[in-house]
Write a protein that binds this ligand. Sequence first.
Ligand SMILES: Nc1ncnc2c1ncn2[C@@H]1O[C@H](COP(=O)(O)OP(=O)(O)OP(=O)(O)O)[C@@H](O)[C@H]1O
Ligand SMILES: [Mg+2]
Length: 224
Amino acid sequence: MPLIELIEVGKSYLIDGVKKLIIDGVNLSIARGSIVAIIGPSGSGKSTLLNIIGGLDSTFDGEAVVENVKLKDLSDVELSRFRNEKIGFIFQHFNLLDHLNCRENVILPSYFSRLNPKEIEKRVNYLFDKVQLTHKMRQYPPTLSGGEKQRVAIARALFMNPSVLLCDEPTGDLDDVTASTILDLFLSIRKDMNVTFVIVTHEERITKIADEIYMIKERRLVRI
Ligand SMILES: Nc1ncnc2c1ncn2[C@@H]1O[C@H](COP(=O)(O)OP(=O)(O)OP(=O)(O)O)[C@@H](O)[C@H]1O
Ligand SMILES: [Mg+2]
């Protein structure tokens, strides 16, 4: 049973009263623990596709199934819980909250769940160790380098022990050396936590760690 399944997924936006089709007839099946890269030109619908898989967009055609749950069957409250518990999001610009320290950023998802303080402590220590930033836990994001910020964002995305990390250009703001440390971290997370990755990218080095590569071409998803 695949972890993620898209069946005949389509998405259009109403722009100035005119319906514009962005993606159409997209079928995709992703096995647990795999790393999938999605490439395609700017505006081709890569972020649109991630938003559908991650339950951020529920107004699409077709079906999206994650861990045997049809996302369209979920109420708004159930969909929020699904996002908080099953999905981690990683973005190009890190999206940390500057007025919270790194530790507070990482435990943010726990405010919407029922984890006890002992469990929170255990997870936070494990994750800061994993991203090798234990010594910077109490610092604020503006005092970190780009790569460090992204590692904090990764720890935060993993905090609820999600099945999937959805990454939108995760190394787009980083230099070559820092980008490869992030990719090594992805491989180590996959190995230790059996997380599945869907990574949107235009960078060749990311496609090198991917088990499968897809391209959005003329609104369709094509395996390459
Ligand atoms: N909320 C919206 N309303 C109207 N049009 C939108 C909306 N979101 C995205 N679009 C349009 O849908 C298309 C696909 O957008 P999307 O953000 O998915 O592209 P992308 O492949 O991620 O591009 P990039 O590589 O530049 O990030 C674009 O033409 C965009 O303008
Ligand atoms: Mg995008």
